[in-house]
Design a binder for this molecule. Structure first.
Ligand code: NAG
Ligand code: NAG
Length: 183
């Protein structure tokens, strides 16, 4: 074998490796899956907003929530079939709701808001905590049924549940307007 042949062969191997490496890395990227990343951007409880001009806001038993849902996968789409929300206070569920299902493309982020009616919330205790300069800590749980979409094909349905605690102060909103990532 001449030097020229050896060089050509070596070059061919490199070309082959590069040609093979690209689809392999694309396939492995698409096989690597991530659950949706959910965070609470905003949680507003008007009843405990002490800056509200009227005591009537204390009778408002609704909670406003603004969620951020991110598909962190570069090559797979995601269909959210069910997005259930449960808010708990002091270990007991006080509000439930849902966000309509939707499809989310690769690396896309969505914002979804919901207004939840509370029931059985111990408001007097919450008002008392705020009056004493404490926070009202609300546990937020998001239970989702999702389907991954890979190369145009939907994969098996999967249930993902994430949760976190959002601390609300006398502004009626999160302390320091903190975004809470649910895990
Ligand atoms: C709101 O309620 C507090 C305590 O119950 C009372 O002292 C105050 O006068 C009320 N304010 C208004 C504007 O009604
Ligand atoms: C969502 O809520 C509905 C109604 O309460 C329930 O039937 C369903 O199982 C829940 N789904 C998930 C994924 O939690």
């Amino acid at each position: 074998m001449s030097d020229g042949d050896a060089a050509a062969c070596c070059c061919c191997i490199w070309t082959c490796l590069i040609i093979l490496a690209l689809p392999i890395s694309l396939i492995s990227l698409s096989l690597k899956t991530h659950n949706p990343r959910i965070s609470v951007e905003d949680l507003y409880i008007p009843a405990i907003n002490v800056a509200a001009p009227s005591n009537a806001t204390r009778l408002n038993t609704f909670v406003f929530i603004d969620l951020r849902l991110k598909n962190a996968m570069p090559l797979n789409g995601l269909r959210y079939q069910v997005v259930n929300l449960t808010l708990s206070y002091g270990g007991a569920a006080v509000a439930e709701g849902a966000v309509a299902g939707f499809y989310q493309g690769m690396m896309k982020t969505a914002r979804k808001t919901a207004v939840l009616r509370t029931w059985g919330m111990p408001w007097e205790e919450a008002f008392d905590r705020i009056a004493r300069g404490l926070t009202v800590d609300v546990a937020v749980e998001v239970a989702m049924a999702v389907k991954l979409r890979r190369c145009g094909v939907y994969m098996k349905r999967k249930v993902v549940v994430v949760e976190g605690v959002v601390s609300v102060d006398g502004s009626g909103e999160e302390v320091d307007e903190k975004v809470v990532r649910l895990k």
